[in-house]
Design a protein around this ligand. Sequence first.
Ligand code: NAP
Length: 281
Amino acid sequence: MVFNGHTHVVGVIGHPITHTVSPSMHHAAYDFLGLNYAFVPFDVAPNRLAEAVAGIRALSLVGVNVTVPYKESVIPYLDDLDPVARQIGAVNVICNVDGRLIGYNTDGDGFVASAKLCCDVDFSGKKVVIIGAGGAAKGIAFAMLAAGISELTILNRTRDRAEALVAQLTSGHVRAISLSEDLSGAYEALRRAHIVVQTTPVGMRSDESPLVDFSWVIPGQVCVDIIYRPKETLFLKEAEEAGARILNGEGMLAGQGQLAFRLFTGQDVPFEIMYNSVISN
Ligand code: NAP
């Protein structure tokens, strides 16, 4: 594609940004639909976030994806939030609507949609455990409750953060367990779960897992790790060896990207176009 005066520019802001696969994923979709768009990664230093956001307006960008570490800290610079982003308190998409910057969060809905598409996961009536209570866990928890899960247990290293998330979810079927203080309660919840979602970054940089014992795994149980590099974390390897059906974070990445693509372009692209780009990278 040769860019010209009609090219619409989209970006992703984060720090660092060298790992991002979003440009190739979005370009696969532009190529598929024949759209004159360019998707550019921007490494934004922490003390220049306000200028970077002003640049979205000044350069008339269509919008940007937002990644670590700016999903929460970018909110004060925006003009408005859609209801989902407001509820979660984090944004991964900013759209520039005639100079007004609107924040969205497509992480949770992208997770739910991709789990259905990649692994035929049905959330309705299921007991679920989430490991972790950070930004990603929050979006996934709201989306799974909306998709009809019957019970949710948040396992987190720090009890206060898990309890804060439970309070925010305002559902009678959600509880918090501290991995540091009640390991036997945590394993009991894992044994009872139909679906387990690992959302901590543990496993990204080394052969580490947030859990050491996998005797709780029941054959056929669905175990998801939202980390996408490495493709198979130690958590997924151990869960699979114990008989679980496993899913990594590549599906969620493509799922949130597909929803972001619709917000940026107003058009739909098949999930497979973005997913195939992610898994081949
Ligand atoms: P975050 O807000 O910083 O939350 C991190 C969570 O992990 C917290 O609950 C934290 O527990 C826990 N944690 C961190 N280090 C730990 C350790 N050594 N042992 C036990 N628990 C630990 O991060 P996030 O934005 O939610 O992102 C989490 C992961 O999801 C990252 O790997 C990110 O790349 C991935 N992600 C993937 C996608 C995708 O599309 N596939 C999308 C978003 C995020 P404490 O509360 O105790 O600190």
